[in-house]
Design a protein around this ligand. Structure first.
Ligand code: FUB
Ligand code: ZN
Length: 633
């Protein structure tokens, strides 16, 4: 029996059960609809086929530089799903994909089809653009997940051969010494590989890659000069030669990571890098790395975070915009970026022990991540705008298909986000029915949760042990909750609030019940005046759920609606939609004949219906807005 962990971190997936009215159907949809749909897309789109290395110049479907990452994320999502229960068909499909990957791997461990059949001889010559290390990172994450889920070692062995090659090439005396990736991802993956294998050199490699960024002489400029071309994305980034500093920021390569304070550049690249940095700070105790992570976090949440937990406001480059630049209709907020924020947040929580990170994790998860897929799991958003002119809808797939399997792997691995074990006991990060099991003083302890969250704020927890056992149970008090009530064994209980957690540090008798009640009254949310895009507008939130008005519920275009600023917000269970709606009185303004008028438009009273943002665009196209105008009265 294992003992208390030396530091905070997620429990092994096998020790967590998610059996939840909100999440279980979504996870089952990932298993029965999303994963088969994605597998079909990968088979018909060329990703699987490419691994046979049969492509020749002139053939259709030239293997793309990051196709392996699509396959890898799909395998990772499938692995988490296989960890929950036997699924022979899925297991067989995963084994087939692994066999294809094995066939595509070179004898020295190299694996990237594009640089094997399309541009042989050019491997690792375009680190800024070519995504080889990004793909390697996703493959490594898949290998670790597949081994943990199934006990099989083929994919883990494969990715170790790949990681060993990267270690040789990027280590002292290697052909890419001093190099690093233009799209971070491998850094956090190598930390996972280190944890899975105990091999310190993977951690050292990750640290080396992180620390090589932002140095002069500039590696990417030198490799461009060696290559003599602008690289894979040269034709897309025509202004890159004249804006070198901007493009260094784009890949978070403008300063050594310990000196970075502002979240800049491509949002997914950024949060994957910051997640890796947080992992490394946790593993090494490096205070400067931790401080950089904290500064970058503060910058994101105080100036660059959408209410939905989306990040990356600039669609032209999938990038962070300036502070407070959070456009709605033409904003960006890629699904992968919200997912990356969730990944980073979990690591920041483990690093610091502060609940504020899980608050943001929850915001992103229930809003900007869940919105990424349709209710049936087979259509996806890439950008997740906070308003629509009626033209936006999810797609079955994308040429750049990063988001769909990323959604699947996150939802399938919810176990990793619900709890953290720590030397004192257990922290409940997310309120999700199910349970967590851990060992304490030689006893096996199970903490079970029962809740209708996010629709109802009552969470009942039961501590099951054979004998009394002492440990601290931490319950995150969400930042949206203005108050709470807590009972232990049916009696009111005063628990101190530490770093955002209610701490119940006591000896637990078998079967003790804890009930946390969080008020779920809908509230209005206003943005800081500096957020020009939503001046004078209000949003609605209830618990962790952000709401939006959709045309289909409001008998006309959403831009015509204005909320009465004094009207009560009414929570209305909607069994047809399977959600709690929020209704509010307001007005519908009538169109006027001219573009401008000295008169206010005539307005008629109406009830404005709002539904969870994550659920929008499941009932056809129409206008939508999270931030609603307020009426004049
Ligand atoms: O570059 C790989 C992935 O494609 C990124 O993470 C996404 O933002 C999309 O650009
Ligand atoms: Zn994406």
């Amino acid at each position: 029996m294992s003992e208390a962990p030396a530091r905070r971190g997620p429990l092994p997936i096998a020790d967590v059960v998610v059996d939840d009215a909100f999440w279980s159907p979504r996870r089952e949809t990932v298993r029965t609809r999303a994963l088969p749909h994605q597998e079909h897309q990968l088979r018909t789109g060329g990703q699987f086929e490419a691994l046979k290395l049969a492509w020749r110049p002139g053939d259709e479907r030239e293997p793309h530089i990051f196709w392996e990452s699509d396959v890898a994320k799909w395998i990772e999502a499938a692995s988490y799903t296989l960890a929950r229960g036997h699924d022979p068909d899925l297991d067989a499909s995963v084994d087939e994909a692994i066999a294809l990957l094995e066939g595509a791997q070179g004898p020295d461990g190299y694996l990237n089809v594009h640089f094997t059949v399309v541009r042989p001889g050019e491997r690792f010559t375009d680190l800024r653009d070519a995504h080889e290390l990004y793909c390697a990172g996703h493959l490594i994450e898949a290998g670790v997940a597949h081994h943990a889920a199934t006990g099989k070692t083929r994919l883990l062995d494969l990715v170790r051969r790949l990681a060993d090659l990267v270690d040789r090439e990027f280590g002292p005396g290697g052909s890419c010494e001093g190099g690093y990736d233009g799209h971070p991802e491998i850094e956090l993956a190598l930390v996972k590989l280190y944890r899975a294998t105990g091999e310190r050199r993977y951690l050292d490699l990750s640290l080396r890659l992180v620390d090589s960024r932002g140095r002069d002489p500039h590696y990417f400029a030198a490799e461009r000069d060696r290559r003599g071309t602008e690289g894979f994305f040269g034709p897309h980034f025509l202004d890159r030669p004249t804006r070198p500093e901007w493009y260094r920021e784009y890949v978070q390569d403008h300063a050594p990571v310990r000196e970075q304070s502002e979240a800049v550049g491509h949002a997914v690249r950024a949060v994957y890098l910051y997640a890796g940095m947080a992992d490394l700070a946790l593993e090494t105790g490096d205070a400067a790395l931790r401080a950089a992570c904290e500064r970058l976090w503060d910058d994101v949440v105080s100036t660059k975070l959408y209410l939905t937990g989306g990040i990356g406001a600039d669609p032209s480059r999938e990038a962070f915009g300036p502070a407070y630049h959070l456009p709605v209709t033409d904003g960006y907020a890629e699904t992968c970026a919200a997912i990356g924020l969730v990944m980073w947040a979990r690591r920041m929580g483990a690093l610091t022990g502060e609940a504020k990170y899980a608050d943001v994790l929850e915001r992103a998860l229930y809003n900007g991540v869940v919105s990424g897929a349709s209710a049936d799991g087979t259509r996806y958003f890439y950008p997740n705008p906070l308003a629509s002119d009626g033209t936006v809808e999810r797609s079955e797939w994308f040429d750049c298909a990063c988001c769909p399997p990323n959604y699947a792997r996150l939802v399938a691995s919810l176990e990793e986000y619900a709890y953290t074990a720590d030397p004192d006991g257990l922290a409940v990060e997310l309120y999700v029915s199910g349970s967590a099991r851990f060992d304490r003083d030689g006893a096996s302890v199970r903490v079970s949760q029962s809740t209708e969250y996010p629709w109802d704020g009552r969470v009942a927890l039961t501590v099951d042990t054979e004998t009394p056992v002492a440990f601290a149970l931490r319950l995150r008090l969400p930042d949206w909750a203005p108050s709470h009530t807590l009972t232990v064994g049916g009696e009111p209980f005063e628990a101190p609030l530490e770093s955002g957690y209610l701490v119940l540090d006591r000896t637990w008798a078998p079967g003790t019940e804890v009930v946390l009640d969080l008020p779920m009254a809908p509230t209005r949310v206003h943005a800081a005046p500096a957020v020009a895009a939503v001046h004078g507008r209000t949003a609605i939130q209830r618990g962790p759920i952000v709401y939006c008005a959709e045309e289909i519920d409001n008998a006309g275009p959403v831009p015509d609606l204005a909320v009465d600023p004094h009207a009560a917000l009414r929570a209305v269970p909607d069994p047809d939609l399977g959600v709690v709606r929020v209704d509010v009185d307001g007005v519908r303004e009538r169109p006027i004949d001219s573009l401008y008028s000295t008169e206010r438009p005539a307005a008629e009273p109406t009830v404005i219906r709002t539904v969870p943002y994550y659920s929008w665009a499941n009932r056809g196209k129409g206008t939508m807005a999270v931030w609603l105008r307020e009426s004049a009265r």
